[in-house]
Design a protein around this ligand. Structure first.
Ligand SMILES: [Zn+2]
Length: 379
């Protein structure tokens, strides 16, 4: 049961794919950071802000809006070639199933939604910078944290359906009804319940498979990709559901939100210190000068990069615990091992990446690490 031989991915291809993806993401990060440094360092940012101040009839709201829209769009354009390369990479490795038209549709939707939220966020932050120059970062952190918590609840019902179709597992389908029964039994034994289990239609975009726990309160649900439901035996899917149930039982959505709140608290504080220190030498009129926005983004981005290994160590620990939960709930590690091997094959995952790569970049333990732990598990 530990994964039929035909499910073993071609590890040379998986390694080539992983290497290309890492190179691409490092290159795009480096180029985007460099673009921000150049925009700020050459005085272009200050020039753009002054231009809009002369054409704003004295409204700081308008200056922030016009500046952010143009600078944000410029940054999006800098990143676009990398997004296109990433799509080409998925096509080259035969992982992509999405038409060009649908891909551009996603880009447009992402730009509208992401851009709209970013504009609103920047307006709010700069209003706080003007109104509360001493305490702005504390209020901004509180607002950001509240927004992230609300978004975590609404994402499964509002945001994700804009990009993917979801439907509850059906009662009238024999396989799906069987999965529902298995999930209910798992929940009963755990003395808990989740609000629903949904099929997540990934298959029109990618051959990759995935499952996740999303939402909180009334929107809490387990989602399983159609690409996994299509060919995995019920027992393997049950083991994956048990893993997701482990996240539910351990309140991992809240653990993730708490980590984010803690890291962003430090982030907002640091942004404030850096703004105060560098505003004069960047020729900003003060910390509330919109020309300093690239500095905020730079500090936030560099800090996120530096904290990534710590955040990943945290999520890898949650993943290990959810794996252990699945072993115990199933009374055996074998079904999850088979499920993980199937997922790895479908997603062209590198079984055993270099250790440093796992430590720096992996939000989940590598497949080989997870399987080693599974094999060592005893009831
Ligand atoms: Zn997980």
């Amino acid at each position: 049961m530990a994964g039929a031989p035909h499910l073993q991915p071609d590890q040379a291809r998986a390694r080539a794919y992983a290497r290309a993806r890492l190179r691409l993401s490092l290159a795009s990060t480096a180029v985007e950071l460099a673009a921000l440094v150049i925009f700020l360092g050459t005085g272009a940012s200050v020039a753009l802000a002054r231009f809009w101040e002369r054409h704003s009839a004295g409204s700081p709201w308008f200056v922030v809006l016009a500046y952010t829209a143009i600078a944000g769009f410029g940054l999006k354009l800098v990143g676009l070639p990398f997004d296109l390369c990433s799509r080409r990479l998925e096509i080259a490795f035969e992982l992509n199933r999405q038409s060009g038209r649908s891909w551009w549709g996603d880009q447009a939707k992402g730009l509208l939604i992401g851009g709209g939220l970013a504009l609103a966020g920047v307006e709010l932050v700069y209003w706080l910078l003007r109104a509360q120059p001493e305490r702005w970062w504390l209020w901004a952190w509180a607002g950001f944290t509240a927004f992230v918590v609300v978004l975590a609840q609404l994402a499964p019902v509002i945001l994700m359906p804009l990009f993917y179709k979801f439907r509850p597992l059906r009662e009238d389908d024999e396989r799906e009804a069987e999965l529902r029964r298995r999930l209910e039994r798992l929940c009963e034994r755990a003395g808990t319940r989740v609000r629903g289990c949904f099929e997540w239609q990934l298959g029109t975009r990618t051959v990759k498979a995935n499952a996740a726990l999303t939402g909180w309160g009334p929107t809490r649900r387990i989602i399983v990709s159609d690409t996994l439901l299509a060919d995995a035996p019920a027992e393997e899917i049950e083991a994956v559901l048990a893993h997701e149930l482990g996240h539910h039982v351990h309140h991992d959505i809240w653990n993730g939100l708490a980590l984010q709140a803690a890291l962003s608290f430090f982030g907002f504080w640091l942004v404030n210190r850096v703004l105060l220190a560098l505003a004069p030498s960047l020729h900003l009129t003060g910390i509330a000068d919109i020309a300093g926005l690239p500095l905020l983004v730079l500090v936030a981005s560099v800090l996120s990069l530096l904290l990534l290994p710590a955040a990943n160590a945290f999520t890898r620990a949650l993943e290990r615990r959810a794996d252990d939960y699945s072993f115990a709930a199933m009374g055996s590690a074998e079904p999850l091992i088979a499920g993980l091997e199937r997922l790895a094959a479908r997603n062209l995952a590198e079984h055993e990446p270099p250790r440093w790569k796992e430590i720096l970049f992996y939000s989940h333990p590598a497949i080989a690490t997870r399987i080693r732990r599974a094999r060592a598990w005893r009831p």
